[in-house]
Design a protein around this ligand. Sequence first.
Ligand code: B12
Ligand code: SF4
Length: 589
Amino acid sequence: MAANVLGDVLAKRAFRVVLIKPSHYDHDGYVIQWLRSTLPSNSLASVYGLIEECARDRVLGPDVAIEIEACDECNTIVDVAGAAKRIRAAGGGMVGLIGVQSNQYPRALDLGRQFRALGVPVVMGGFHVSGCIAMLPTLPPDLQEALDLGIHLFAGEAEGRMTEVLCDIAAGNAKPIYNHLNDLPEMAAAVYPILPREVVTRVAGHYSSFDAGRGCPFQCSFCTIINVQGRKSRYRTPDDVEAIVRANADRNITRFFITDDNFARNRNWEPILDRLIQLRENEHFKIRLMLQVDTLCHRIPGFIEKAARAGCNAVFIGLENINPESLMGTKKRQNKIWEYRDMLLAWRRHKVVTYAGYILGFPTDTPESIARDIEIIKKELPIDVLEFFYLTPLPGSEDHKNLHSRGVPMDPDLNNYDLEHACTAHPKMSKDAWMNTYNGAWSRYYTDEHVETILRRAVASGINPKKVLDLLIIFSGSVRIEGVHPLQFGFFRRKVRTQRRYGMAVVNPLVFYPWRAFDILRAVGLWLPLVRRYRRIMARVMADPAAPTYHDEALRPRIVDGETDRFVEAFADKIPHTHGAPVRAALVG
Ligand code: B12
Ligand code: SF4
C-alpha cells in the first residue's frame, strides 16, 4: 500500500486512516485482482482528497497528525494484519471501505469483519449503502449485519462531512449510521479527488480520474445514480478543474477518466472544456480524456468538437438497446435510435474511439431478437467497442425498489450484482437461456470478420488502429478467457490462496498451487492465439492499399438525398410518436 504521511514531524500523536476500495469475488471465491488494473477508482480519489483536507486542517487537534494510506484492491493485495498493526503503531486510526458497490459488499463485509476482529474501527460508504438507505423502507439484513459487526455506515456524499466522522471515530463515539442523503453538497469549490502517484501508477496507462459534476436529469428505471446523487446537475468550476489537472500534472499524470455519468448534461461543460483546451493549446499540457455521454450529445452545438480539442480520445455512450420498445419500458426516452448513427459519425469525425454499452434482458428481449439486434448493430452502426450487460435490479434503482416491494424473488447473493449475472427472472427467457444469450453476445459481436470491419472503419476514419486493436483484444477476450467483464479487467490475474470468500475453505497449498499453475497456463494458452490472430487481421488491413478509402453502410450519413437508412426501418413499427421521430409512413411506405 502506498503511504502518504502528512503528519508534521512535530505532532505528538498520529491517527492513521487506511482507505481500501474493495473488489469482489469470482465464482471460486477468490478476490478479482490484477498486477495492473485498467480503470481508476474515482471514489477512492474523492475520499482521499477529503481526508487529506482534514489532515491539512488538523481537524483532530494541532498535535495530531493524520496519516493516510490508500489502495484499490483491484490492483493491490490487502494485508489486513499489517494495516491493523500500522494503525496500532500510530496510536489510533480507522479503516475506510470506500465506494462499495452492491457486488463489492460481500467482500467489503469480509474485510470489515477481519478488521473488527482486530479491534480496528471501520466505516463503509458507497453506492450500496446509499442506494439501499435511499430507496428501501427498512434497513436490509446485509446492512444490519455490518452494524452488528460494529461497522459504521455512511450514506450520501462526504464533502464537508468528513471532519465529523474522523472526530467521532477518534473520540470513540461514532454513530452507527451517518445519513446525508437529503443534503447533497454543492460541488463548486468542493475538495477535489486526488491520489498519490504510486496509487495511480498501479492503473495501466496511469489514468487518474475526477468527477466534473454529479446528478443526471434523466429517469432510467434501472439507474441508481439519480436516487443517490439526484437529478439536478451539480458541477465543479473551471478553476477547480484546472487545479485538479495541475495537481496531477505535478505528479506527472495527465490522463483522466472524467466520471460524470453524463458529461454532456454537466451544465458547466463548455467553460470546463474551454479551460482544458486552453491548458492544452496554450500551455501544452498533454491532456487525454475519457468521457461518458448520452446519445443526444451530438445535438449540443460545439460539444463534440470542444471535447476532442480538450483531449477526449475515447467516449462511453449509454446506447443501452436499439429496440425503442425496450428503451421506453425503462423510461430511457431520451435515446432516439434514429439519431444513433449521426451521433457516432460525429465522434468519428473527431477521431474519438466510441464504446457503447448494451443491456440484455429487457422484458421484450428474446435470444432471437438479441441476435438480430447485434447483427443490425454490426452492419448499421459505426461503433468501435460494444460491451454487454445484464439488465440488473441494482439496489438503489427504481427497478429494485419495485421488485422488492412486490416481493419478486431476486438473487440473495449481492456478489452477483455486477451486471454479469441474471439476478431476477426474465419474462421470456429462462436463466440458462439468458446466460447463453449473454455469453453468445460477446462471441457474436467479436467475430474475426467484424473485428476486421472495425479496424477497416478505424483506418478509413483516421482513428488510431493500434489503439482500437488493443481494445478489441481486451473486450473480445475478457469475458471469454478471464470470465470477467472488461470493466473489471486488468493485466495478470492474481489469486491469493488465503483470501477466499468468508465461509469457503482455504485450499491446501499442495492442491492450490498446481491448480493455479494450470489456471495461468490455460489463460496464456487462450490469450496468445487471440492476440496473434487479431494482429494478423490488423496486418492484412494495413497492407491493403484500399484501406483508407474503405466505406460501408455504417459509415454512410443517415439521410442521403432524402433516403432514410435501413437501421431505422427495422424498428419502424416500434418508434414512438415523439417530437423529431421519423414518421412511420415515411419509413415503411
Ligand atoms: C467511475 C465509475 C466506475 C469506475 C471506477 C469505480 C469507482 N467507484 O470509482 C469503473 C469503470 C471501474 C466502474 C466499474 C463498475 N461499476 Co461503476 N461507476 C462509476 C461511477 C460512474 C462514478 C463513481 C464515482 O466516482 N462517483 C463519485 C463518488 C465521489 O461517489 P461515491 O462513490 O458514492 O463516493 C462518495 C460517497 O459515497 C461517500 N463515500 C464513499 N465511500 C466512502 C467511505 C467512507 C469511509 C466515507 C466516510 C464516505 C464514503 O463519499 C464519497 C464522496 O462524496 C458510478 C456512478 C456515480 N455517479 O457515482 C458508477 C457505479 C458506482 N458503478 C456501478 C457498477 C454496477 C459498476 C460495475 C459493477 C458494472 C460494470 N460492469 O460496469 C463495475 C464494477 C467493477 C469494479 N471493480 O469497480 C453502479 C453501482 C450500483 C450498485 N448499487 O452497486 C454505479 C452507481 C452506476 C450504476 N450503474 O448505477 N465504475
Ligand atoms: S442517462 Fe445514465 S445516469 Fe442518467 S438516469 Fe439514465 S442511466 Fe442514469
